[in-house]
Write a protein that binds this ligand. Structure first.
Ligand code: IVH
Length: 677
């Protein structure tokens, strides 16, 4: 390639990278996979290395990070943050090893291998051991001040342990655990709010909030992976020693990091890390390999955009482009019709993906996904595969927009979306087999009756053979009805029977969840069970009785009332009771509940979901405890609800008072303070 051709190709690559960078960072609607983006970037880097005179300051290779927003005050980092050069194969690792040897005049002495966490890079500054500032990475030189938000993360110490250094700047990655991500999206869907594309976006969205109360309500973690600047600390010769030191100071350092002596061992680490990548509670997208000896790092130095002493090994992509063959719908237990994608099967992150979620009708509209589109499919760990969006640039014009079918594909009844409602529903009621199947599955599931062995496979068999029509039929099953079906021997039948037997005696709260009353999830069910103790009493409660239950809004009260009056539900409840299913809890003894919290002071801040502040305080006092309004040394725990008071949270962190969430608080109320250990 001559200079002229190179120049043209470079310009072309830059334009493509700018466009895709904009789609990714600004619009959050990428058209190509991360992998393809990296390929383009690598081509550009290679060409620029061959033709250094063609490098311009505005080339995408010269930028360290994303643009900084204007929502937060700018913070200049004490030391700039660089990117990392990527490698994709172990041969490239050997090539890096050779470069190191050339640079040092001898092989590097030891490496640190670390998981590359897929989250949001942040910088924490500690002055005299106190958290002085937290910032996003920004463009690498200047970031955004997010101190108030990051102070709410329990895994970030506000004060370092032991004898702290005079000044410490560390870098780390804030992430959202996978479970928390799914739970957040579920809640967002329920509240008809924006859905996050992946845990990284969810973490970024949670951190870049004007209201720290929102950040504090999100489950976020952090892994610290680098010292930016350390003054007035012990002399340390290696990166791995620095990490051990940070860990002693109380900073969260990933325990899977490993110091090894040569590249052969690095390769073993890479294989292990890739094999286990889905076993973790957070997303990783590769492994970072660093030269361990700090003197060697200094000698090797930096290129214009990355250190020479570190590289990132990227796992194979978990995003692929494939064809969207069709969009079909599921009908859930409430009749809600939700679209999903049927794909040309494609390998993503080590699994074949044929179906992917499109979340809901509005989301599908927003993304403008059409049948026959080329779409980006993403799979992240345990997270259900999803369609990220269409690749608009390769459309041929034959793609067909989708619309919700007029009739339910399972029962033929009309699908309707009442004005003002977010979801379309099948109107077939219990004549819809899909709805009945989902209803049975929900009834038997973990948070509800928890019937061991009653998954989709069993339910499908029972429905197909006409052995059950509704949940009560489950309790009328006889072993001999099942024996002899394929895969059903004495042992499996006996196990299922045992599971069913156990489910006859679930607490009322679970029965209420299992019945699937609209708006009645675990928290509301607990309130109702605590107030009424039996289903009979709940069902005959007047609207006033219901409205009088603390924490219960009008919408829920109406829903419970309507459910209780429905003849089908009355019949079902009778059938369940006749089948020997427990429909009441034993009533608690009157008087003070216990002295479980005798002599202990707790402070409640913010709003709790399941009870009001006053109620929480009376729960504490009825157990012999004291509910105070400010945190002191005597406080045994600070209960933090939504929009908690920042000063209380900081004070607690300063005094080393445990900060607990609502779930933990409820456990403390039933088990005492031992629940925290
Ligand atoms: S070290 C100069 N270590 O990857 C070295 N980075 O492409 C700076 N990252 O922005 C980075 N896990 O957000 C390092 N164990 C780890 C990492 C890690 C994730 C991210 C980091 C950085 C990006 C580099």
């Amino acid at each position: 390639m001559d200079e002229q051709e190179a120049s043209e190709r470079i310009e072309e690559l830059r334009q493509q990278l700018r466009y895709h960078g904009y789609r990714y960072h600004v619009l959050d609607e990428p058209e190509i996979s991360d992998f393809d983006y990296d390929q383009l970037l690598r081509q550009l880097i290679a060409l620029e290395e061959e033709h250094p005179l063609l490098i311009t300051p505005d080339s995408p290779t010269q930028r360290v990070g994303g643009p900084i927003g204007d929502l937060f005050a700018p913070v200049r980092h004490l030391r700039p943050l660089f990117s990392l050069d990527n490698i994709e194969a172990t041969s490239e690792l050997d090539a890096w090893g050779s470069r190191l040897r050339r640079g040092l005049g001898r092989p590097a002495e030891g490496f640190s291998c670390e998981l590359k966490i897929d989250g949001l890079a942040v910088v924490l500054t500690y002055e005299e051991g106190k958290l002085a500032r937290a910032a996003t990475r920004g463009d690498g030189v200047t970031g955004e001040d997010i101190t108030a938000n990051l102070r709410t993360l329990k895994s970030i110490p506000l004060r370092l342990l032991g004898k702290p250094p005079r000044l410490l700047e560390v870098r780390g990655e804030v992430y959202m655990p996978l479970r928390a991500f799914e739970e957040l999206n579920r809640r967002q869907t329920e509240s008809e709010l924006r859905i996050f594309a992946n845990p990284r976006n969810a973490a970024a969205g949670s951190v870049r909030q004007k209201d720290p109360g929102i950040t504090s309500g999100r489950d976020l973690g952090i892994w610290i992976y680098q010292v930016g600047l350390l003054e007035g600390g012990p002399p340390l010769a290696r990166h791995s020693e620095q990490m051990a030191y940070l860990s002693e100071l109380g900073l969260r350092v990933n325990p899977t990091s490993k110091a090894v002596s040569d590249l052969e061992e690095v390769k073993k680490f890479l294989l292990e890390a890739e094999k286990k990548r889905h076993d973790r509670d957070y997303q990783t997208d590769g492994v970072v390999i660093k030269v361990d000896l700090l003197a060697d790092q200094l000698e090797l130095g930096y290129t214009s955009h990355a250190p020479r002493w570190a590289v990132a090994y990227k796992f194979p992509p978990e995003e692929q482009v494939t064809t969207l063959r069709d969009i079909q719908i599921n009908v859930g237990r409430t009749g809600a019709a939700t679209p999903f994608a049927v794909l040309e099967p494609v390998q993503v992150g080590g699994a074949t993906v044929t179906y992917a979620t499109l979340h809901n009708e509005d989301e599908l509209r927003r993304k403008d996904v059409r049948i026959s589109d080329k779409v980006i499919v993403r799979r992240a760990g345990d997270v259900i595969p999803e369609v990220v969006g269409p690749v608009v640039s390769v459309r041929t014009g034959t793609e067909k927009p989708w619309s919700m079918p007029a009739k339910c594909p399972f029962c033929g009844h009309p699908i309707e979306r009442p004005a003002g409602e977010k979801v379309a529903r099948c109107t077939g009621g219990f004549e819809c087999p899909s709805r009945v199947r989902e209803w049975l599955f929900h009834f038997a599931s973990r948070g509800a009756m928890d019937i061991e062995g009653m998954g989709y496979k069993t339910i499908d068999l029972l429905l197909r053979e006409g052995l059950i029509d509704d949940p009560a039929d489950i309790f009328l099953l006889k072993p001999e009805q099942l024996l002899g079906f394929e895969g059903w021997g004495e042992v499996s039948v006996a196990n299922l029977m045992k599971g069913i037997e156990a489910a006859r005696h679930r607490p009322l709260q679970r029965v209420l969840v299992a019945l699937g009353i609209r708006h009645v999830g675990g928290t509301v069910a607990r309130l109702l069970a605590r107030r009424f103790h039996s289903l009979e009493r709940l069902m005959s409660a007047t609207p006033e009785d219901l409205a009088g239950v603390e924490g219960l809004g009008q919408v829920i009260a109406n829903s419970v009332r309507a459910w209780s009056l429905d003849p089908d539900n009355i019949a079902l409840v009778k059938k369940l009771a006749d089948a020997g299913v427990s429909m009441a809890d034993e009533e608690p003894q009157a008087g003070p509940s216990s002295d479980l919290l005798a002599g202990m002071t707790l402070v409640v801040t913010g709003t709790l979901e399941s009870m009001s502040r006053e109620q929480a305080e009376s729960e504490i006092t009825s157990r012999g405890g004291k509910a105070a309004s400010s945190v002191s040394k005597k406080t045994v725990a600070l209960v933090m609800g939504e929009s908690a008071g920042q000063s209380k949270v900081s004070k607690a962190a300063e005094l080393g008072v445990p900060v607990i969430d609502e779930k933990q608080f409820l456990r403390v109320l039933s088990e005492g303070l031992d629940a925290l250990s």
